[in-house]
Ligand binder design. Structure first.
Ligand code: AMP
Ligand code: MG
Length: 293
């Protein structure tokens, strides 16, 4: 996922047992990437995107990712939309980060596809694309991988998984306190503008500084209403019970902006920190997390 993953486990178990479990936890990141990547021609996602107008049976991982993006799309009135693959590719997000190979587009002409062009059947675990489109699960895939990695470490009480700043933490840190997570200043990578204490929750951030385009005019968080980068916020951090929820809601709240984004978090009953492009910080308190600072 082009991300450094750090796993901390506080345990009295023998180190070999802990390390073996950590390795199994790390393997989930590779599996989710192989399944959900828009950049890997062999991924299950791209195989799905090659099939139009028929139900395609998919793996549990792909189904969960697609299903959750559609839930978010409905709850955000389409501000979150998993059918933005072509739009992202058109902005230059079209190369595999390791091989440099180009992907997409799938649709060259016609109106942009929308999330309503994707249907799922829970009982049969199928996904149906009503028209040619390029799914993009980049807004949730890392969160899903973090949750799966955390479940792999269920035997341990004190665990923190940090995938490039998207974090799940439970139990206590080595000092016997809740894990402390810093919210980065979007304009100064070394500065922390906020601290969040968590135990048993996930913290994920979406920021405009993470993947700018080469000319600096766009970034990777797209407002489907315009087809261009959402411009009103610099970052959104969400604290939620799962990393899947925190990851998806952070992306969604970023696109919704400083008024509608906080309302989404309140409706979902989760907390978060919004930082505008001018540096204003707004904290949304969601039970039962303590957001300090
Ligand atoms: P994150 O790093 O979790 O904020 O997710 C950013 C990624 O989400 C982008 O790289 C795209 O793959 C995807 N994305 C961008 N805009 C949207 C959107 N409006 N709805 C859903 N996914 C999006
Ligand atoms: Mg996200």
């Amino acid at each position: 996922m082009d991300t450094l993953v750090t796993i901390e486990v506080v345990s009295a178990e023998p180190e070999v047992a802990v390390c073996a479990a950590m390795q199994r936890a790390l393997d989930w990141f590779a599996l989710v990437e192989r399944t959900c990547s828009r950049f890997d021609p062999a991924s299950e996602l791209l195989r799905l995107c090659g099939q139009v107008d028929k139900p395609v049976a998919v793996s549990a991982i792909l189904f969960e990712a697609v299903q959750f993006t559609l839930v978010l799309a409905r709850r955000t009135g389409g501000a979150f939309d998993p059918t933005l693959g072509d739009t992202l590719a058109a902005h230059g997000f079209d190369r595999h980060y390791v091989t440099g190979e180009r992907t997409g587009p799938i649709v060259a002409t016609g109106p942009r596809p929308r999330f309503r062009d994707v249907r799922t059947d829970q009982a049969r675990r199928t996904v149906t694309l009503a028209r040619p489109l390029l799914l993009d699960l980049g807004g949730v895939a890392k969160g899903l991988a973090i949750d799966l990695a955390e479940q792999e470490l269920a035997a341990f009480e004190h665990v923190c998984i940090d995938a490039g700043g998207d974090i799940v933490a439970r139990g206590l840190n080595p000092a016997g306190r809740p894990w402390r997570i810093g919210v980065q200043d979007p304009r100064k990578p070394e500065a922390i503008v906020h601290e969040i204490e968590v135990s048993g929750q996930a913290v994920c951030t979406s920021g405009d500084y993470e993947r700018p385009t080469a000319d600096g005019r766009e970034h990777h968080l797209i407002d489907p209403a315009t087809g261009h980068a959402a411009r009103t916020l610099a970052s959104v951090t969400v604290v939620a019970p799962t990393a899947l929820a925190a990851d998806g809601l952070a992306t969604a709240a970023f696109v919704l902006g400083p008024e509608r984004g906080p309302r989404l978090l309140e409706r979902e009953g989760v907390g978060g920190v919004f930082i505008t492009t001018t540096g204003d910080v707004r904290v949304v308190h969601g039970p039962p997390t303590r957001v300090t600072g």
